[in-house]
Design a protein around this ligand. Structure first.
Ligand code: MD3
Ligand code: FE
Length: 198
């Protein structure tokens, strides 16, 4: 795990937020539901890129090229994020999915592994915008000890190698810790490879 605190300054954060808002205008945030239980996740989501991560009660976790409500293909990944990937991912192929998570109020994300991708050799790259998130990361077993990290607006985290399959989650958001998003809350953008390279 590589942590780059304040990789984006205020000006760059404003630009990234504007890009995220354009994506959301075309591909609205949706409320994902868990497989089997059908319980709603507290985080709302959307995506950009050739693939997007979605989940619902019937079909479970998966990547697909279209938005679950509009049926349209996802908008493209903003160029600034493609540049960031080239700079810090250390992977020769471009990201295929950018998942955008929006946390407001009491939203959180339980401890989980990201393993819906075909290719774990590529890292996952995360950018945080808005209110601080209390991030928790452990090891490859759910029982491994975890440590906490405050992810602040402008921070970047790259999860590669051994850490690619580490358990992780967001315990909660600290409201009022950033002025970036007028409505409050936290946006997290994760860049991923989905398919296995041939
Ligand atoms: C550690 N998102 O979308 S980003 C997710 O802040 C997710 O929204 C969190 O977990 C969020 O799946 C955490 C940081 C992150 C992303 C991927 C990881 C940490 C990771 C993959 C492996 C280990
Ligand atoms: Fe995750």
């Amino acid at each position: 795990m590589q942590y780059f605190p304040q990789m984006f300054d205020e000006t760059a954060q404003v630009a990234l937020l504007a890009a995220a808002r354009l994506v959301i205008a075309d591909a609205p945030l949706f409320a994902p539901t868990m497989p089997r239980s059908g319980n709603k996740m507290s985080v709302r989501m959307t995506n950009c890129g050739p693939f997007g991560w979605v989940t619902d009660k019937e079909r479970g976790y998966r990547y697909q090229p279209t938005h679950p409500m509009t049926g349209k293909t996802w908008p493209p990944i903003p160029p600034s994020l493609l540049d960031l990937w080239d700079e810090v991912a250390g992977y020769p192929l471009p990201p295929e999915a950018c998942l955008i998570n929006y946390y407001e109020g009491q939203a959180k994300m339980g401890l989980h592994q990201d393993k819906d991708e075909e290719d774990f050799s590529a890292p996952v790259l995360s950018v945080s915008l808005g209110d601080t998130g209390l991030f928790r990361v452990g090891g490859r077993s759910r029982q491994d000890p975890t440590r906490k990290l405050e992810l602040k607006s402008g921070d970047v985290v790259v999860l590669g190698g051994e850490d690619r399959l580490a358990y992780h989650g967001i315990d909660r958001i600290l409201p009022g810790t950033s002025d970036l998003i007028a409505e409050g809350g936290r946006l997290n953008l994760t860049l991923r490879r989905v398919t296995k390279p041939k």
